[in-house]
Structure formats: C-alpha cells, structure tokens
Design a protein around this ligand. Sequence first.
Ligand SMILES: Cc1cc2nc3c(=O)[nH]c(=O)nc-3n(C[C@H](O)[C@H](O)[C@H](O)COP(=O)(O)O)c2cc1C
Length: 181
Amino acid sequence: MAKILIPYGTTEGQTARIAEYISDVLQARGHRADTLDLKHADHDLPEGYDGVIVGASIHAGKHEGFVADFVRRNRDALEHMPAALFSVSLSAHADPEEAQKYVSEFEDATGWHPSTVAVFGGALLYTQYGFLKRMMMKEIVSSQGSADTDTGRDYIYTEWDGVRRFAEEFVAALERNPAPE
Ligand SMILES: Cc1cc2nc3c(=O)[nH]c(=O)nc-3n(C[C@H](O)[C@H](O)[C@H](O)COP(=O)(O)O)c2cc1C
C-alpha cells in the first residue's frame, strides 16, 4: 500500500471535488490517499508519503499563489519522488493551448517541471457566485462565443473519466516502481 498526498488550491471548490475524486480512485485501488487544502495548512510537505499529486485552479490567468508558494518551498522533495500536477480551468475545456500556457507559466514561476501534468475542465458555478462575479463570468464566457450564459444554472466541464485515468496511471507507475522500504 502506497501513501499519496493530494495538496490543492481551490477558490470555488471544483479543484477540491477533483482532489477528493482522485483520492477515492486511489483508495479503491487499495492505497491510502489524503487530500490537503493548502489554504488551511502550513506549507511544509508532510513526511511519509510515497507520491504527491498537486492541484490548482486558474483565476485571471494564474494558479493560486499559495500553491506556487507550496511548490517552491517543497520543490526539492517533489523532484525526488513520484509527483504530478493537475490544473483546473475553463480553458482546459474551451482552449487547451491556453490551459497548457498557464501550466508552462506555473512551471517557470516555481522552477518545478513535473513529469506528469494534466489539465481538467473546471466549472462555471453561476448560482454560487455573487452578483458581480456572475455578471463578469457571463460577460467573459459570452465574449468567447460560448452559449453557456444561463446564470440560473451551473455548467460543469470536468470529464471525470479523464480524471480517473490520470489517477489510475499515476498509481500504476507507483506500483511498478515502489519507493524503497
Ligand atoms: C473570477 C474568475 C476568474 C477566472 N479566470 C479564468 C481564467 O483566466 N482562465 C480560465 O481558463 N478559467 C478561469 N476561470 C474559471 C475557473 O478556473 C474555473 O471556474 C475553475 O473550476 C475554478 O476552480 P476552483 O473552483 O477549484 O477554484 C475563472 C473563474 C472565476 C470565478
């Protein structure tokens, strides 16, 4: 049994849901998986994990700064263990090139170049946004030519099958190359 940590940053909650889903997939494979909301934790990587999957979401073109801080602070450890990054954005659904650009910028800013990276579609949670955020997101989405402008409902773009495959591939690689006891 491997122990895997899933530290993440989230602003409206979709990255937290994806982190929990990854944790469920890993636990179904017989491993221990702990999620860690970085906003409420101190920033040192806890000891005793065999692998780490970092998650972050995009707002105004950037991942959460506190996730970048966490990665910079623990970069050395992340580089010496199986570690992956997933990035959550609307671009991952609508404009994958843009989503990759956000990842490259995160890598440049942190100096961490994980061997495994995934981008996942996030969510437009109109019903949970305050008035200004709702109007702003509707405006942005509409200016991009999308029809997803009904602010009376939410739109979820996360493809859960892709998330499950990402988690299964990560753990399969870990099972092939377990950390020495
Ligand atoms: C205020 C705001 C700004 C956003 N800016 C971007 C952006 O610049 N690019 C993008 O692809 N997605 C953008 N998004 C979409 C978010 O990445 C998406 O809603 C994601 O699911 C948020 O994840 P979280 O719920 O874990 O915070 C934005 C969303 C909000 C609410």
